[in-house]
Design a protein around this ligand. Sequence first.
Ligand code: NG6
Ligand code: CA
Length: 521
Amino acid sequence: MRFSLQCRPLNYFVVLLLSISAAAPGADRPNIVVIMADDMGYGDLSCYGATALQTPHLDRLASGGVRFTSGYCSASTCTPTRYSLLTGTYAFRGERTGIAPPNSPAIIAPGTETIASILQRAGYATAVIGKWHLGLGGPGGPDWNGDLKPGPLEIGFDTCFLLPTTNDRVPQVYVQDHRVPGLDPQDPLWVGDKKPSADHPTGITHRDTLKMDWSHGHNSTIHNGISRIGFYTGGHAARFRDEDLADEWVRRSVDFIEKHQDKPFFLFFSSHDLHVPRIPHERFQGKTSLGYRGDSIAQLDWCVGELMSTLDRLQLTENTLVVFCSDNGPVMDDGYHDQALEKLGTHRAAGPYTGGKYSVYEGGTRTPFITSWKGRISPQVSDAVVCTIDLAASVAALTGQTLPDDACLDSMNVLGALLGQTGAVGRDHLVQQDNGRSGSYGFRAGDWKLLRHDRESSRNMVVEQQLENTTVPKFQLFNLADDPAEQKNVLDRHPEIAKKLQQQLAGIIADGRSRPVAAGK
Ligand code: NG6
Ligand code: CA
């Protein structure tokens, strides 16, 4: 008795010391989960004002964390946003950064510094699970039946489980690390952009057999009753059903989290919802009044709920920073007749903003953006400007990693804003782009927004989508504070501001970087 009484304080002291030393490194190295939606608009979640559907899990994430009203992705299509999310560099600086075709070689060169390589260096286990769409393989493109490299594993991910491009592009197989799993060597996979034989069934020749009809493009090889962009044959044993994608991502992610629960991990959960073809699992079909587009949102909300409950179950929620974002704004008919438009009703997928996917109006890139870290982030709504491109520099700052000067050229450390710290500010300027290397730019500086349309074709794209029968001038200027919908071009009223912004944007493009070189160099 005497002995135990004497020892007790010592035991407590030892336990306390142990728990402090175990917790201290964890405080600066939380797990990081980035969840990226596909084609989700600002107004698509109930916590961002949607009333036509409910997104309870995302709403809970938002109400426990920071809900950003000026959270952006850097481009209004997928490949350039993902390129800059990973590399921290604007996609217009890189080659082949527009929407990647099925046989695209890897777009990010092996050894490039990425958010994943930064975190790998910081001791994290790193994984990307879901949509990739950044190319695979060397200059000849992917060797579908062999080693699919380079790819994510050559730029900082320890492991990957991917949909190689988008699900409206061939082929419908997974890529696990360097291989297509389940491939039967007797039935090799061939992928190409020409019809492989005269009798190869396509969305044109067998249109009446399709379970979802196409509206434009998307009329080549048929799989699972849906015709796609591009052609493929073989690989039958490895093919998946569209309906099962979300479940597979969740299953693989839960496995990854469970396996790495004792060390810091970085999971890039790259959902395919709500990209076309929108084919949610049968249990979500008809769950909303918005057709499969809304049902896909419900499915994604479920995925987020599963990830969060896994973190809760493993008691990781207080040591995990979760970021939710989108890769570009919304689109209704993106190539299939899935009733997105017909069932839209009063739902405004881009919220109060003009434009959507493919556009440099705010609707193209201003998207839901939520951060959550239980116990560390106090719940709030923030109007700080933050962008997916900033995650690289911000997690580097969080985990104490120094960025080489020649890497992550446009990624700003907005960690304070991401963590909702009092007085923290976001960016003071941000370049938005549409697709690929050059086309249209949006440039936000404070409340001012400059649009610059370089190519006649991209001006036409904007004209077709937004402003039928009007001419879009090369430059436009809007004041987002009193005109968030970018309806009143005030360039003529503020020529000096327009000129300053034009010069600033031109400078950022010409300089090859916008992240300042570290002090002292
Ligand atoms: C377009 C496709 C569109 C979609 C987009 C990429 C046609 C007519 N349109 O070329 O359906 O796949 O590429 O979307 O084929 S993204 O979200 O991955 O950028
Ligand atoms: Ca997208």
